[in-house]
Design a binder for this molecule. Structure first.
Ligand code: ARG
Ligand code: ZN
Length: 881
């Protein structure tokens, strides 16, 4: 139990619980107004616990009705209870049963943690610490129990009653309008994996036969009328189940697997055992309402939650510091799944873009923390890009370091050895050390040192001796509470690219361990000497982004352009294109600030035209090459004294120039790859649409009125949401005179579909121009908006704060003030969502002094709010520290 609201929890303080809870029986009496929960816990003192040690259970805003020990009511002197915890002062030494009755009001639970109602459906979210909002418990992941759950509810309001595990009995409650269902989950699990759903829902049913012949009934539950939109999710689920068998040898282990879509959800989805609960955004799709990106997101999140069944549920975390044990690993697994379902290089590039835009700024700012943190105030704030995405990168780097075979052996050993455990990162990594025979103690630094290492690359060719010298040095700057850093082990995939674009051969490599195409960098500086190199090579370093570092290329632009054209590694081809674009954009930004004008490299334009018209290349890949770095990417590259307006100006200039200079090429691509046929969400069709729309969008940047008129026509004639939304975004982002009309039509067409209205809100929040803030304020009063719905809040306020840097970081501070006001309002409703939005301030010290001062004032105003939640206080204080 947490007594001091401001005390930090430390990894080094971990110790096992004094008591174990072997069995849990829960009885839910669901009513429209209040709900009674009876928890019957089989409690047993651990052997090492001194008899009579108090049993201290967690609670959060609970209302205790009664408590009994071995069926005898406890007297007042025997226990103490507050909304935040319950202590049984001197429990018996022998095993005993504790029966606790609590009273809840799910309808007024706006935090969406614990048991709450969403559009009339009762549902739960327990990770990380929501179970303690249902009953008093040892609410920690290392307490594993077998659960039986009885749900009783009105038949009319809740014909569907679901919980974890397998269904056992069900029936009507005589002489009432109520019925019940009992669910039993034979697999011991931590409380954060508990789930219950009760409501009037439609369902898509199917079945799956596992590799050993187990028949599994599958269900995807959605609001009535949405069944047809759940078909793709069901298909993604079946593909995920099969893939985990073939790729990882992991089979499903219950007779049923259910997914429920709810419309109010703090995060993406939740992997509760046998009963995944999803944000409906990651379930519902049909061509009219969902984009290719939505389909991809559904496929990935369905897979992610399903894969948790082994990485998270069968093997869970010892404590919340080990969160990356399940999240980083499961992201790695879902990335592999998507790579197998779609294009591997395109997936890799997309993942690295996401890592750079979400994780790098985290690692470079006041909220930086190790992949495995050592301290937290509020664990909800550690469901971060560092834990998830960098956590996955670290596993990917491990695979490169030890090789595919040892990696596979290590995974098998992990599943075998730790099935049923609440494990740690040490135990996980030990499996790979054992399987590979490699000492991984230096590798562990990836889990303990925060920040993004820089990898500085210099080279030198000696023609007389045909030797090539590559000097790689790593450095890692200070991060909060970590001033001194040690050199890490970086597996660096590389190639020495010869004049014909092919990788050159060499005779020997000395100065570092080189395994095939991987250099193992493990010292602050290493000089690798290659002999027998026929001519001066161009180094292609960090191929496929083999480690999550920031490479510093000390290379002339012409060499990078050469790699952009010729590198055999698709990732580095894309990377080189992006590096050159970034050179141009940062130079233009500087020029604009100095009062001169922006420019764009002609050779870059030529190479860009060459790639986007190369029919041998995957259209999806070409679309990624055409996508320029975004404002936030440029700001991050510049690093300090950032002026968002200058950046926006540089980007506008680059897009306008490309849009007009490559006009005919872009028009051709937009026409040629525009599909008129029936929509299919597969990767190939999506790739064609991506290229057509990227070309159309760049063309629109030229400002040509005919182009805008043509896009408006396509907007009206679009037969799927991908093309319709792409047209809308192009019109709005590029200031077309048709934008207002298109926004109005879009709203009229989709006002009854909240998930599409989210797109409409986001497009307006991301709109360039000084009028956007007033427009966003107006939209917070729009009937389609609700401050209580996380998806609406993220679409409008979240998009404004994260995807519209010039307007959020306005020079007059009005953007900061608006977001700060909303954070404070949200703080009283849903602290988790409030804290998420507040994170958008994290790079404030990188901005120019005036904006810095205004952002700091806004942060201080938030920090000073009375009754600030622990979630928001934690982010505000760390941001200001
Ligand atoms: N474990 C979930 C996932 O699949 C995330 C749930 C976290 N929820 C929360 N409220 N912190 O990634
Ligand atoms: Zn997860």
């Amino acid at each position: 139990m947490r007594t001091d609201e401001t005390a930090a929890i430390l990894l080094k303080d971990y110790r096992p619980s004094d008591y174990a809870i072997g069995r849990v029986h829960l009885d839910f009496q669901l009513h429209e107004t209040e709900t009674l929960v009876t928890a019957t816990l089989s409690v047993r003192k651990r052997e090492t616990t001194v008899a009579g040690t108090p049993l201290v259970l967690d609670g959060d805003e609970l209302d205790l009705v009664s408590i009994a020990l071995d069926s005898v009511s406890l007297g007042d002197e025997a226990y103490s209870a507050t909304p935040q915890g319950l202590t049984v002062k001197t429990p018996p030494a022998a095993p005993f049963t504790l029966t606790i009755v609590t009273k809840l009001d799910p309808a007024s639970n706006t935090k969406l943690m614990g048991l709450y109602r969403s559009s009339g459906v009762w549902c739960t979210q327990c990770e990380a610490e929501g179970f303690r909002r249902i009953t008093y418990f040892l609410d920690r992941p290392d307490v594993l129990s077998v659960y039986d759950v009885r749900i009783e509810a009105p038949v009319a309001a809740a014909p569907v009653l679901l919980a974890n595990g397998n269904p056992t009995t069900s029936g009507l409650v005589p002489d009432t309008d109520r019925h019940f269902a009992v669910w039993s989950d034979p697999h011991p699990k931590p409380s954060y994996l508990f789930a219950l759903v009760a409501g009037d829902l439609g369902v898509v049913k199917d079945s799956f036969t596992t590799m050993s012949g187990r028949h599994v009934d599958l269900g995807v539950y959605v609001e009535h009328g949405n069944e047809e939109r759940a078909v793709y999710a069901m298909d993604a689920l079946k593909r995920s189940m099969r893939w985990d068998e073939t790729a990882f040898g992991r089979e499903y282990d219950l007779d049923v697997f259910n997914i429920v879509a709810v419309s109010d959800f703090n995060m993406g989805a939740m992997e509760n055992k046998g009963l995944n609960v999803f944000n409906d955004k990651y379930v519902l799709a049909n061509p009219d309402v969902a984009t290719d990106q939505d389909y991809g997101g559904i496929e990935a999140v369905i897979a992610h939650e399903y894969f948790h069944n082994w990485t998270g549920n069968r093997i869970t975390c010892r404590d919340w510091f080990q969160l990356c044990l399940k999240e980083g690993l499961t992201v790695f697994r879902d990335q592999e799944f998507t790579s197998d379902m779609r294009s591997r290089p395109v997936k890799r590039i997309s993942d690295v873009r996401l890592l750079r835009s979400h994780q790098f700024p985290e690692d470079a700012g006041p909220l930086a923390h190790p992949v495995r943190p050592e301290k937290y105030m509020e664990i909800s704030n550690f469901y971060t890009a560092t834990v998830y995405e960098k956590g996955a990168e670290v596993i990917r780097a491990l695979k490169v370091l030890i090789g595919d075979e040892a990696f596979k052996a290590g995974m098998d050993l992990y599943f075998d050895r730790h099935d049923g455990d609440a494990a740690t990162i040490e135990q996980f990594v030990a499996c790979f050390a054992e399987a590979s025979g490699r000492d991984l103690s230096q590798f562990m630094l990836w889990y303990s040192q925060a920040g993004t290492p820089q990898l500085d690359i210099r080279d030198d060719y000696d023609g007389d001796n045909r030797t090539y010298r590559l000097t790689l040095s790593q450095s890692l700057g200070p991060t909060p509470e970590q001033s001194e850093k040690k050199p890490m082990v970086l597996p660096v995939r590389f190639g020495l690219v010869g004049p014909n674009g092919e990788d050159m051969l060499y005779e020997t490599a000395k100065g570092a361990e080189v395994n095939g195409d991987v250099i193992v960098v493990d010292k602050a500086e290493q000089e690798i000497v290659f002999t027998g190199v026929a001519s001066r090579p161009i180094p292609s370093i960090l191929r496929n982004f083999s480690a999550p570092v920031r490479p510093i290329l000390n290379m002339p632009i012409k060499d990078i352009l050469f790699l952009m054209r010729h590198d055999s590694d698709p990732f580095n081809r894309w990377q080189s294109a992006s590096t050159v674009a970034m050179y141009c954009l940062t130079a233009s930004t500087e020029a604009l600030r100095a009062g001169s004008s922006a420019t764009i490299d002609g050779d870059y334009l030529a190479a860009l035209a060459e790639i986007i018209t190369d029919d041998a290349l995957d259209p999806a890949f070409r679309a990624l090459v055409l996508a320029l770095p975004q404002e936030a990417d440029i700001a991050r590259e510049i690093g300090s004294n950032v002026d968002p307006d200058a950046i926006a100006g540089a980007l506008r200039h680059a897009r306008r120039t490309i849009g007009s200079k490559l006009g005919p090429t872009l028009d051709h691509l937009a026409r040629f790859y525009h599909d008129e046929g029936a929509y299919s969400p597969d990767a190939e069709s999506a790739g064609r649409r991506a290229l057509a729309n990227a070309a159309q969008d760049m063309r629109a940047a030229s400002g040509n009125a005919d182009v805008h008129a043509r896009i408006m026509e396509k907007f009206g004639a679009a037969t799927n949401m991908t093309d319709r939304l792409a047209a809308l975004v192009s019109l709005v982002q590029n200031g077309a005179s048709e934008a207002e009309q298109a926004l109005g039509d879009f709203y009229e067409g989709y006002k009854s579909v909240p998930l599409v209205i989210d797109k409409w809100l986001a497009v307006q929040a991301a709109r360039p121009g000084a009028r956007t803030l007033d427009e966003v304020k107006r939209l917070t009063e729009h009937p389609a908006f609700s401050i209580r719905n996380p998806n609406r809040v993220r679409s409008l306020i979240g998009t404004f704060a994260t995807a519209n840097l010039p307007q959020f970081a306005r020079a007059d501070g009005a953007g900061f003030d608006f977001v700060a006001d909303k954070v404070m309002r949200l703080d009283d409703i849903n602290p988790q969502v409030a804290a998420r939005i507040l994170v958008s301030f994290r790079s404030w010290r990188n901005w120019e002094p005036v904006r810095q001062g205004l952002a700091e004032a806004a942060l201080k105003r938030i920090a000073a709010k009375p009754n600030l939640s622990r979630d928001v206080r934690d982010i505000a204080e760390r941001s200001l520290a």
